[in-house]
Design a protein around this ligand. Structure first.
Ligand code: NAD
Length: 331
């Protein structure tokens, strides 16, 4: 009997390939999409039992051709790279790895806030250029202590971020589609507010919501206008949640003070991107979940889920409401 197979879609470097091979469950074959030429892709796609992807777009064409697939396993949380309606139409379950990357994204959020508040990139660069800017930025540098931190999205990453931010002495307010349980609010000393109140009162606004039709462009010229002139915006959710052109103008015209941006409307981003020309922007290339600690947790969760699916016909973390493995479509 042939071994069950996992088709891994994202590009890998040597370390990532070795990690995937080491963590993969015993008795499974692991195929790398980027190792295959077009003919091999056409042959393997209908044979794969499990599809696994981080950010690679699993569009309707790929999903339709994956006739043997029982489950699509996302390594991460946001499933905006997968055509959910198509998968649902095909009765194909999609699972993710909730919470596994929350500590890393929460830490990056704090890092971006502090780096903006203390002008770390500019100071680091200035020292390399032989400058000693000991006093230049004191009147425009800030502490987190005493500031109001508004979190938009209060799920796993939002709450992990709030926990860390609290330790720096901030007041936590949050907006979410669903109010958190009272014990969570109490534990994090977090106050549930409207989106409008959050934008108007927060010194720090950080984004932790998924990219959905209703969240696309949530931060736009109108909502940016509601924010304090001294406020900073941190986007570690998805680029599409922010209207980048509106953000550019808001930063350039002093509508808000600064932005820390990890995720972009279109990735990868090139050096001539307008937001990268601004001094009050700190940028990173979608590395919110980018730690080895997270990778190990995410891959362990994903592989365990696939193993349970294969051996026990049971899996967790469905994000499209389908909780049964799909029976392969006969060709
Ligand atoms: P989660 O599902 O635990 O939390 C998401 C929260 O957003 C939930 O509380 C949900 O109720 C809320 N929400 C959904 N739709 C909303 C709406 N329309 N208005 C207000 N709130 C809404 O997910 P999470 O683990 O906290 O991750 C959040 C997002 O962070 C992911 O969807 C992903 O896009 C992004 N993310 C980014 C990185 C990165 O590398 N920068 C890594 C992981 C996740």
């Amino acid at each position: 009997m042939s071994k069950p197979s996992i088709l891994y879609f994202d590009q890998v470097n040597d370390q990532m390939r070795a990690l995937l091979k080491r963590l993969k469950p015993e008795g499974f074959e692991l195929w790398f999409w980027h190792d295959l030429d077009e003919d091999e892709r056409n042959a393997r796609l209908p044979q794969a039992d499990y599809l696994m992807a981080a950010t690679y777009p699993l569009d309707q064409h790929i999903l339709a051709k994956a006739t043997q697939a029982k489950l699509v396993q996302k390594t991460g949380v946001g499933v905006d790279n997968i055509d959910l309606p198509k998968a649902t139409e095909l009765a194909l379950p999609i699972a993710n790895t909730p919470g596994a990357n929350a500590p890393a994204v929460a830490e990056l959020t704090i890092l971006l806030i502090l780096a903006l508040y203390r002008k770390l990139p500019v100071l680091h660069q200035s020292m390399k250029e032989g400058k000693w800017l000991m006093w230049e930025f004191r009147s425009s540098s800030y502490e987190m202590q005493g500031k109001t931190h508004g979190l938009i999205g209060f799920g796993q990453i939002g709450q992990e971020t709030a926990k860390r931010s609290r330790a720096f002495g901030t007041q936590i307010i949050y907006y979410d589609k669903f109010r958190a349980p009272a014990e969570v609010e109490e534990q994090l000393d977090a106050r549930f507010v409207s989106l409008e109140e959050l934008l108007q009162t927060a010194d720090i606004v950080s984004l932790h919501i998924p990219l959905l039709p209703e969240t696309r462009g949530l931060i736009n010229a109108k909502t940016l206008q509601l924010m304090k002139k001294s406020a900073v915006l941190i986007n570690v959710s998805r680029g599409g949640v922010v209207h980048e052109q509106a953000l550019y103008h808001a930063l350039k015209d002093g509508v808000i003070a600064g932005a820390g941006i990890d995720v972009w409307e279109s990735e990868p981003v090139h050096a001539d991107h307008p937001l990268l020309q601004l001094e009050n922007v700190i940028a990173s290339p979608h590395i919110g979940a980018g730690t080895i600690d997270t990778l190990k947790r995410v891959l362990a969760t994903a592989f365990n889920n696939i193993q349970a699916a294969e051996n026990e016909h049971h899996f967790q973390y469905s994000v499209n409401g389908i909780t049964q493995l799909r029976t392969p479509i006969s060709q």
